[in-house]
Design a protein around this ligand. Structure first.
Ligand code: UD1
Length: 431
């Protein structure tokens, strides 16, 4: 199993191209199941989660062709994927595939919408607390599907098709909103979704569905209106830039000091996080090429943060922000409201010398003058990258174990950081 070795202390200076967003690419790929025609997606990141979803879609009968698979020295371009779901040969998504990535459960919506039936294993994914699917199933039931749970599988059936309905989410859910969109676009009649997620990735999915012939109003707001259509057609769509990847490198340079251009990123996709980052002392400016983040000399100011649905501070940047706060000049409080048990990075950060205590859903971080490198264990996708950030600012060597978590969501992490002056390398255990 690979590890990542980091020797901390270098400032980050240079340009990091921001990849296409994992959390947009996954639902967009799944949306290919809604049409018999080819869906072409550009700027798809090269990630383990994307490859796994290709296997899952392949199992349903989706043919795919990929261009630009290798990364060259030239300017960054993600891969272009042509997805052809003209024949869906199997409506079952088996446990051994779905259990490895929670988002793959979302195939249930297009399968029921187009084929009238889906049998999908209950999901797995990051170990960050209980992550139920009750609201996703509520959507399908409201739209007229019969749901049964049998031996760990959800069986959803709507032999006569789905029908439009009014859906009110009791809490904001990204996956629930994707499910509502992908089921209602082919339902018979009108659907209204209240308290919909406003995340840019939801909007990206809606934009692509509209290109495919769907009728959707209100994408990016908390009320969606969808008029079902008989069928969707092929389209071409570019995945939006990854705001979590951009936010992660922004936190990294705020911690190590230096000057980074995050190529392709825009301030518009990171509203909650950029304000907070500016309060910590980072200088942020927008250029025609992307976002520029600098911190020179001054100390890191402590700032309290509470995670919230978009446009608030994202839960997917909570661990990275905590890493930054471990070196702040004072105490900060970080409250997690989206997922319970999303603090597994706390004890690993403590191994690097951080002072953090937990009180219910809040981490209280007393900034320290120095962190020191140590062997640490990655626990989930975002937690593991917080360890990388902390290690970049720590004295001496850190070895991050279980880096497969990083490969799920960060494209060419070591190369991108190394090109900006970090001492970082992947060490293979094979030898
Ligand atoms: C997506 C993102 C993930 C991000 C999260 C919140 C992808 C692939 N993943 O995950 O990176 O951290 O949004 O921004 O896009 N909930 C229920 N019942 C449900 C569904 C969700 O109670 O049926 C709860 C969850 O436990 C959580 C909250 O709703 O407390 C929000 O979860 P949700 O937005 O659905 O997260 P995901 O879509 O799984």
């Amino acid at each position: 199993m690979d590890r990542i070795r980091i020797v901390g202390g270098n400032p980050l200076v240079g340009t990091i191209p921001i990849s296409g967003a994992k959390n947009a690419a996954l639902p967009l790929m799944i949306a290919s199941l809604l049409t018999r025609e080819v869906l072409t997606l550009e700027n798809v990141p090269r990630l383990a989660d994307v490859n796994l979803l290709m296997r899952i879609l392949g199992n349903h009968g989706v043919d795919y062709r990929i261009e630009g698979k290798r990364t060259g020295d030239g300017p960054y371009a993600g891969q272009t994927m042509h997805l052809d779901a003209s024949d869906i040969v199997d409506t079952t998504a088996p446990y051994d595939l779905v259990s490895r990535m929670r988002a793959s459960f979302w195939v249930v919506a297009p399968l029921v919408a187009r084929m009238g039936r889906a049998k999908v294993s209950l999901p797995g994914g990051c170990a960050i607390g209980t992550r139920p699917v009750d609201l996703l199933l509520m959507v399908l039931e409201k739209l007229g599907a019969q749901i049964e749970i049998e031996s760990g599988y959800v069986i959803a059936e709507a032999p006569k098709g789905l029908r439009g309905a009014e859906i009110t989410f009791p809490k904001v859910t990204v996956g629930g909103t994707h499910t509502a969109l992908m089921s209602a676009v082919l339902a018979n009649g009108h659907t209204v979704v209240h308290n919909a997620a406003r995340e840019p990735e939801v909007r990206d999915l809606a934009d692509c569905l509209v290109k495919m012939g769907a009728k959707i109003k209100g994408a990016g707001t908390s009320t969606l209106e969808i008029e079902g259509v008989g069928s969707l057609h092929g389209a071409r769509h570019a995945v939006l830039p990854d705001r979590i990847e951009a936010g992660t490198y922004a936190m990294a340079v705020a911690m190590t000091g230096g000057d980074l251009l995050l190529q392709g990123a825009t301030a518009a996709i990171l509203p909650g996080a950029l304000e907070i980052l500016a309060q910590t002392g980072a200088e942020i400016s927008s250029t025609s090429e992307g976002l520029r983040i600098r911190r020179n000399g001054s100390g890191i100011m402590p700032v309290d943060v509470t995670t919230e649905p978009y446009p608030g501070f994202p839960t997917d940047l909570q661990a990275q922000f905590m890493a930054l706060m471990t070196r702040a000049k004072g105490t900060s409080r970080i409250t997690e409201t989206i997922f319970e048990n999303r603090f597994m990075h706390v004890q690993e950060l403590a191994r690097l010398g951080a002072h953090i205590r937990l009180e219910d859903d809040t981490a209280i971080v007393d900034g320290v003058a120095r962190l020191k490198g140590a062997p640490v264990m990655a626990t989930d996708l975002r937690a593991s990258v917080s360890l990388v950030i902390a290690a970049l600012a720590a004295e001496g060597e850190t070895l991050v174990h279980r880096v497969y978590h990083l490969d799920r969501g960060f494209e060419r992490l070591e190369q991108k950081l190394e090109a900006c002056g970090a001492e970082i390398e992947r060490v293979s255990d094979a030898g």
